[in-house]
Design a binder for this molecule. Structure first.
Ligand SMILES: [Zn+2]
Length: 256
């Protein structure tokens, strides 16, 4: 499941290889003929990531809004690669091609609809100007478990299941604690931890949360608690709970 770091990485990549060019836009799968015709031949001016949302702005067309959902992906290939019928939307420029596959949202937005989505989203931990106060205030109004609140994109945007489990472990906060029981100091540590983890993810292009001196050479699936059996620090058993649609993980010794 793409978390915020993947979306920000995609925005950076697409800004580098597509922005500034006139793009050929098509829908090989046939799902978005009108959208493709509207954008075809337009110059792409900017790509922005907010939480798990991508927004493409054009010289003279509405904003393209993409949300990958649980299984969607954007594949990059060199110009001229033949299209396959599973491609929902193809953005083809002189330097590169980006193919959208299996996304939940692919739509055009007028200025009001665009503003409404941005307004609804909680602060994005990866945004340079993100306002942690707004996220803290929103947490203060919720008595649901902190782990559940962290996945609520109206509280904080960009966090997925792996980062929430790992950041709560690193900060020693139990996932089932009510969101409004966190002190400001605890919240600030959590915010800084999430921000550092996701920033690292943008650089690494994958999720690495365990400190170098606590892990071996193999980085695949190395986490503190996410899908782990034993705690890397105290050796205790990692417990997990179904919490809403996703599982939460914790070490009952290290997280209180
Ligand atoms: Zn432990």
């Amino acid at each position: 499941v793409p978390e915020g770091h993947t979306i920000h990485r995609l925005a950076l990549d697409h800004a580098r290889i597509l922005v500034g060019d006139v793009l050929r836009v098509s829908s090989p799968q046939g799902r978005h003929p009108v959208l493709a015709a509207t954008l075809d031949g337009q110059r792409l001016e900017d790509v922005a990531a907010v939480g798990k949302h991508l927004f493409y702005t054009w010289a003279a067309a509405p904003v393209l809004h993409i949300h990958l959902g649980l299984i969607g992906r954007l594949r990059e290939s060199p110009p001229g690669v033949p299209a396959t019928p599973n491609i929902q939307l193809r953005l083809a420029g002189p330097r590169a091609t980006a193919d959208l596959i299996g996304a939940t949202t692919c739509e055009l937005l007028g200025p009001e609809a665009h503003a409404a989505i941005l307004d609804r989203l909680g602060p994005d931990v990866l945004a340079p100007d993100a306002d942690p106060d707004r996220a803290f205030q929103r947490l203060q109004r919720r008595s649901i478990p902190i782990a559940q609140a962290l996945l609520d994109q109206q509280v904080l945007s960009g966090i997925g299941n792996v980062y929430r489990a790992e950041a709560l472990f690193v900060t020693g906060i139990h996932p089932l604690r009510p969101a409004n029981s966190l002190t400001r100091a605890e919240f600030d540590r959590l915010w800084d931890t999430l921000r550092a983890m996701l920033q690292q993810g943008v650089v690494d292009r994958r999720i690495v949360t365990v400190d170098p001196d606590e892990r071996g050479a193999d980085l695949e699936g190395v986490f503190y608690v996410y899908k782990q059996g034993r705690c890397r620090r105290c050796g205790g058993e990692i417990r997990s709970w179904q919490l809403g649609p996703r599982r939460a993980y914790a070490c009952e010794v290290c997280q209180t």
